[in-house]
Design a protein around this ligand. Structure first.
Ligand code: DX5
Ligand code: ZN
Length: 215
């Protein structure tokens, strides 16, 4: 299982130390939520922050763009040090082209589905992506409640993966906890994002180890 702690729930006044703590942990990726106040009703981290954190991070940066017109910023995020660049399906007019450009810049290309967006819409593009991220909350904020029909979407995507792209990484983001992580993996997820469930712990490194022990 790939575990990607979301720094949206970390302490923004000591972000450097938080990244160094993740370096010492069993976390696999560092998930960074970029929001523009247009695609989602919140504004968070932008390109300069990704650029500042990149030299500190010893783990790949999993950058989740919750912004309109993400194609305008592919080069900027590549230069800032993103390893995975994930765009929202709903924000892309020419998704195939955008994914190609992300790969051409040397990053893993990811597409994110909002809770209302059907997995079947990926039929013509799933061969050209490295990661599909299923949003299991409405994007915009950490600490929200998991939406239960996400399991069905993961199962449907796992079937599409077998048929069209066996190497696909199926990632889940929103309301992931120690309680639901095993069921998500059983449904077919192999990468989990967790914000609140990790950073609310008094010992974050131990909490990450608890996640990594789950099967
Ligand atoms: C929500 C973000 C998530 C968020 C998850 O829009 O995409 O990455 O940080 O936080 P939790 O795990 O607290 O739901
Ligand atoms: Zn996210």
């Amino acid at each position: 299982m790939i575990l990607a702690p979301s720094i949206l729930s970390a302490d923004f006044t000591r972000m450097g130390e938080e990244i160094e703590m993740l370096n010492r942990s069993e976390a696999d990726w560092i998930h960074i939520d970029v929001m523009d106040g247009v695609f989602v009703p919140n504004i968070t981290i932008g390109i300069p922050v990704v650029k500042a954190l990149n030299p500190l991070a010893e783990k790949p940066l999993d950058v989740h763009l919750m912004i309109v017109e993400p194609e305008k910023y592919i080069a900027d995020f590549a230069d800032a040090g993103a390893d995975n660049l994930l765009v929202q399906y709903e924000a892309c007019r020419h998704l195939n082209r955008t994914l190609q450009e992300i790969r051409q810049r040397g990053m893993k290309a990811g597409v994110v589905l909002n809770p209302h967006t059907s997995v079947s819409l990926l039929e013509n593009v799933v061969e050209y992506v490295d990661i599909v991220l299923i949003m299991s909350v409405n994007p915009g904020f950490g600490g929200q409640k998991f939406i239960e029909n996400s399991y069905r979407k993961i199962e449907e995507l796992a079937i599409m993966k077998q048929r069209l792209n066996p190497d696909l990484i199926i990632e889940v983001d929103g309301g992931v906890t120690l309680e639901n992580a095993s069921a998500l993996m059983a449904a077919g997820a192999n990468a989990l994002v967790a914000g609140n469930a990790i950073f609310s712990a008094s010992d974050v490194i131990a909490r990450i180890a608890e996640f990594k022990k789950l099967q």
